[in-house]
Design a protein around this ligand. Sequence first.
Ligand code: PLP
Length: 395
Amino acid sequence: MDRPDSQNDDTACIRTQVEQSGEREHSVPMFMTSSFTFNDAEQARALFAQEEEGNIYSRFTNPNVEEFVEKMCALEGVEEGLATASGMAAVFTTFAAHLEQGDEVLASRYLFGSTHKLLTQVFPKWGISHTYGDIHDLSEWEDLVTPETKFVYVETPSNPTVDLIDLEWMGTFCDRHDLIYIVDNCFASPVLQKPAQYGADIIIHSATKYIDGQGRGVGGVVVGNEEYLEPIQSFARHSGPALSPFNAWMFSKSLETLDVRMEKHSRSALDVAQHLQEREDVKFVRYPFLESHPQYELAQKQMSGGGGILSFAVEGGIERGARFLDALEMCSLTANLGDSRTIATHPASTTHSKLTEDERRAVGILPGLVRVSVGLEAPEDIKADLDQALDRSAQ
Ligand code: PLP
């Protein structure tokens, strides 16, 4: 799988492949095997002693998983990675591998619901605490660092309000305080945003979203340079959050089209956002590449496209919002995002229902907020479905 130095990332996503098996196959086969055989007892010993490189057991390594991880490392511009059974397994494994009793996490308040749940209800059981910082007032972060702070954890754009964090500012801040800088890059994908360029030490993805891109498989991946990844890989080897070879094969295949998919998701989402913004019954639309987004300049600086997610609020509150969702004919009502099919979600009652009403309000998740993951259908058909549902729900 040696990659020429001159190769571009999108080429690496297509051309990084496991060695041919001897059948002269053009596309990579699936290695659906729990374990790998040893030539003799000496090789078994050497592999276990890590004196020789090679596969032993698919909880540790597997060729399909390795191929997927290599592609993600190429895209994010880092050295090492670990693929996991879900995005949350990637988050959990990262925290569990690095943190010790007494450590503190300084995180953005704008987090995915399950990450918030880990910080507020799971890690405190092991003596790991957290503090939330406001992403719109970065000056307050200086006062939130304590001698126990070890991690800074941020998501940008955030789920579901698409608020942004200044990745460069945060990189300098983490350097100044010697903190491990972690970015959940799930909404942008490495095609639109590369946090390592701004100093991120660890980058996390739910592969379930744009990496799979077609709503078929659950998985996750965490990447970064060796210093930060080695403890995570070692923890995972024994705690077992491994990704299945089948899902790794599927994600690796999907990465071949990530670049073109993200381009269309971004183009269509901007079109839909501009369209919704013109409707009088839409209170506001949030989309990073919409000029009305309060952080439009920052989006232009750190993202090469706005991505596929927007959120908006309708006039008429939660009841109208519910009628709107029920009136959709083509768009799917489901809790996923990053799919080829357009999806509408009501975050307050689904993805962010784990937060209290006050916690949701603090991060802009109003009761009537709708999140749309703009898919790869013709944008005219997406707009037509949203329009008819808005019209019908007004009555
Ligand atoms: N991070 C973000 C920003 C997400 O939106 C999600 C899921 O929606 C996750 C992490 C968790 O990923 P998974 O559902 O694959 O565990």
